[in-house]
Every structure is written in C-alpha cells, then in structure tokens.
Write a protein that binds this ligand. Sequence first.
Ligand code: SAH
Length: 345
Amino acid sequence: MTVIDRFLEQHSLTEEEYVELLGYRDDETVSARLKEEAVRIRKRYYGNKVYTRGLIEFTNYCRNNCNYCGIRRDNRNIIRYRLTKEEILSCCRSGYELGYRTFVLQGGEDLWYTDERMVEIIREMKKQYPDCAITLSIGEKSYESYRKFRQAGADRYLLRHETADEGLYRSLHPASMSLANRKQCLYDLKELGYQVGAGFMVGAPGQTLSHIAKDLVFLQELRPEMVGIGPFIPHHDTVYAKETAGSVQLTLFLLAVIRIMLPGVLLPATTALGTMDPLGREKGLAAGANVVMPNLSPVKNRKLYELYDNKICTGDEAAECRHCLGRRVESVGYRLVEDRGDAVG
Ligand code: SAH
C-alpha cells in the first residue's frame, strides 16, 4: 500500500510517512486525489456552507520582534495605532449588519490593552451581540489572563504555533520567545474551554519538508478546532525582506491534507493565500477550506496592519469585502452563511 492509500484510509501518519507524502506535493494526480477527498469530507461535515469571521485588527503595537512580521517591535517605519472600544464596537456594528456572527480581535502583543481593558471590550461586545462568537488573537498571555477573557465571554482563540520544530522556532523568533511557552499557551487555552486554532506559515525561511511533517504530527496530536495556514510573504522592513515567499501549490496541498486529517476542522482560505494568487482563496475552498476572514478594520487603519507586503483588501470598505467574497465563494459552488460557525464533529 502506498503512503497515499494509507493516509486516505487512516487519516493519520507518522512523521516519516508525512515526509514521504509531502514528496508528492508537485504530483498533480496525487494532489487532485487528496483535494477530491478533502472536498468530499468537507461537504459531509459542512455541506456547501462557508463561514465568515469579521477580522478587527485593533492594534499594531507589538512587544515582540518576530523576524517575519511587519509589525515587529523594531520596525520604526510604520505608524502605530490603537482602536478605542467605541471604534471596535462600531466595526462590530457594520459587521453584524453584513451578516457576520463571529468577530475576531487580532493584534500585536500590546500591553496598553491590560486584562481589565480587554475584559471590558469583550463584555461589551458580548452584551451588544450575544448571538455572536468572539475570537481572540492577541498572542501569548498567562493562564490567568486567558481565564479572565474566557469568563468575560471569549469563545475562541487563534494562536498559530508557527512551527513545531525547536530549532526553526528559535531561528524565526527573538530569544525571548520559546516553542515550549507557545505550546503551553495552546494547552492552557484548551483546558479553559476555548475552541483553539493553531497553524503555521508555509515556506517560512529555513522551513523544510521535515519541519512541515512535524507540524502535521503536532496538529494531529493537539486536534485543534481551527487551523490557520498561509504562505509566508516577505515584508520589506523585516529580517526576511529578501527571502522568497511560500508556495501556493504547497499551501493548497496542505489544506487538503489537514482537512483529511481533522475532518471537522474550521479551515480558512487565508488573506495571505489571496495575496499570493488572485484566485488563492477560491482554490483554498476547492482544496478543503471552509472559512473566510474578511477585514472589518476601519479603512484608515488597514494599510498600517501590514504583516507582509502587498496585503490585499486594504482599501475596501467592509461592505465591499463582504460582497466581493460572496461572489468569489459562489463562483466555486459554495455560499456564505450568516452563522457563528462552530466546529462540528
Ligand atoms: N500577535 C498575534 C497575532 C499574530 S498575526 C499572535 O502572536 O498570535 C497572525 C499570523 O500572521 C501570525 O501567527 C503569522 O503566522 C502570520 N504572519 C505574520 N507575518 C507574516 C508574513 N510575513 N507572511 C505570512 N504570514 C505572516
């Protein structure tokens, strides 16, 4: 039996077998077979529904200095901003009218937003929009902080593990950060009852197929409700300004693999994928993704939340994004639904 048959039958492999599977990433027949299976599973769990998450990028201040990220602390060439509670709530209002039932608060690790301030924002969002899910994506915090946010009403947390390999983790991040702490945060979040999202960048500088195989094994063990993957894209004011971007083809291959491995997973076709290829998100849906994350941030701030170069949709009003995505999703046979979009299975 080939590694492909084995994977399709068991939906899980060892690290060595994943390396072997990844060897087929450029094989069109194998890719087509994996995508076909991924779409079949996706349809079984989610029909033709695609969930939306209204993304509110509420601060680009960050205490961290990740080598790949455009809002890293050492980047002195960007204008920093913070949204007030009122601005955040006004993003939610337009999002709610557009049919979004999940709001994602994403930002750098900005200590101006103390636990008290975050709790106040989360409480108010939950009070005004009790039928919506709140997702946080604000990096590494203590168990106690995560507990407070959860108690205030946060339902989900996105914290990509970035890489499950110690050595690669160290080379992508400043010495103050560690894979051990990142993983601990993910376990803490799970224990607190959050729906958790992990993930990584495809084609991060120094990443090999063995590293990706480790990521797949880690995801297989963690079994997160959500997985975010997208191609690495260089940002001109970072350590990796001159590095090459990750491959769209490999990202699509991995989306299919992850859908097969975690059948009920919530899997976004990311903005980074749409940035690398004008039809990237449509292709993502056709490879097993079932979520899109349109931007709800005020247009005046969008350009400033530039994690990587040439990020798309930074000039569009929220309503334009909604309609554009609606058309894109329909063009590949799916439909955007007005739903919290919790994980099934
Ligand atoms: N501060 C939060 C949010 C980070 S931004 C946190 O630490 O979780 C969300 C994700 O964007 C990151 O996890 C990273 O995987 C991705 N990202 C950052 N820089 C990128 C780049 N240059 N290309 C592609 N993705 C990038």
